[in-house]
Design a protein around this ligand. Structure first.
Ligand code: PHE
Length: 340
């Protein structure tokens, strides 16, 4: 039998075998018979040496075609049965892995809860810009240009060719001003938002954090309304049986000003890690809106009075969760966040 006849016979054989490959094992048997070094195709290749020169191109071509045919058939069968065997190793009795669900960030959760309580008390939500001008952040809040109280809040100024008074708001009290400018009393608003201070980042402070501002302006509003509002809020938010103390304080935009502390909701005043063993938790700064502030925003201080307060949201979150490093709230580590 000449080589070309051998090749033709092999081809018939291979063509007959291909449709019979019905398993990974059969595919492998096919490969071992035809496609290895000692296989049928390779032995024809070796016979090629003895073929007369002028016949070599023709015989070579037939041989190449045959090889490709066998290789393709094997590759196809392998792909098909490999997949099958993978399916076979799936263990359908294993419990599912479960889907990770996203959750609202603890800071947002806290803001939502604060907002819920105040809106249920009749306050509405107002917002203002993060990039402010000096007038709204300081000027109309009774900070004179050289007032030392400006140093209480280290400010980030924004480079601006035309104006030197553009800054990132240092507190949400700037929104108070915008609300007073644009609304007529009675005004009952809470103003959540992000604020910025040029401070060194540490476990207790960040250069960027959140506040919630509250403002109530009407005829005959007094310090008693402020006390009642904050106490009603804090009893709902923290502890039904909380007691309070009002410490005198200073803010240029409120007179009188105070800071409000509540008995620690965890140790009930005994002293613990959360209240740093003082028995008290500071809740917010507050006070009666200064008459000059009302006047600067077009509200007549002889007719109206009001109170304002401001919470630091992150401080509330730390207090509630017992987290002792504020930076953890901003690192977006899923191991921390998935706990809330
Ligand atoms: N804006 C003050 C601060 O950031 C808080 C405050 C708000 C105090 C409203 C009094 C009234 O420290």
């Amino acid at each position: 039998m000449t080589l070309i006849e051998q090749i033709a016979a092999l081809r018939i054989e291979i063509d007959r075998e291909i449709p019979l490959i019905d398993s990974a094992e059969a595919a492998d048997r096919f490969r071992l018979r035809h496609l290895v070094k000692k296989g049928t195709v390779q032995s024809c290749v070796e016979g090629l040496r003895l073929v007369p020169r002028e016949e070599k191109p023709l015989v070579g071509k037939a041989l190449n075609e045959l090889r490709t045919r066998a290789e393709d058939a094997y590759a196809t069968a392998q792909a098909r049965y490999e997949q099958k065997s993978e399916t076979a190793t799936l263990d359908l009795t294993l419990p599912p892995r479960g889907q990770r669900r996203g959750a609202v960030h603890p800071i947002t959760q806290t803001i939502d809860r604060l907002v819920d309580i105040f809106t249920s008390m009749g306050f509405e939500v107002a917002e203002g810009p993060d990039v402010e001008d000096d007038t709204h952040n300081f000027g109309k809040l009774n900070f004179a240009p050289d007032h030392p109280a400006r140093d209480m809040q280290d400010t980030f100024f924004v480079d601006n060719e035309d104006r030197a008074d553009v800054l990132l708001r240092t507190h949400t009290s700037s929104v108070q001003v915008r609300v007073m400018e644009s609304m007529k009393p009675p005004i009952r608003c809470i103003m959540p938002g992000r604020v910025y201070r040029n401070e060194a980042v540490s476990a207790r402070s960040l250069a960027e954090f959140h506040q919630i501002e509250g403002l109530y302006i009407d005829k005959g509003v007094s310090m008693a309304d402020l006390k009642g509002t904050i106490m009603a809020f804090a009893r709902r938010f923290y502890d039904e049986n909380a007691t309070f103390r009002f410490r005198a304080s200073y803010f240029p935009f409120t007179e009188p000003s105070c800071e409000i502390d509540m008995s620690c909701f965890l140790c009930k005043g005994e002293g613990c890690r959360i209240c740093k063993h003082s028995g008290w938790l500071e809740i917010c700064g507050a006070g009666m809106v200064h008459p000059s502030v009302l006047e600067a925003s077009g509200i007549d201080p002889t007719e109206y009075s009001g109170f304002a307060f401001g919470f630091g949201v992150e401080r509330v979150v730390l207090m509630l969760t017992g987290i002792d490093d504020i930076r953890l709230l901003y690192e977006n580590d899923i191991r921390v966040l998935s706990q809330f």
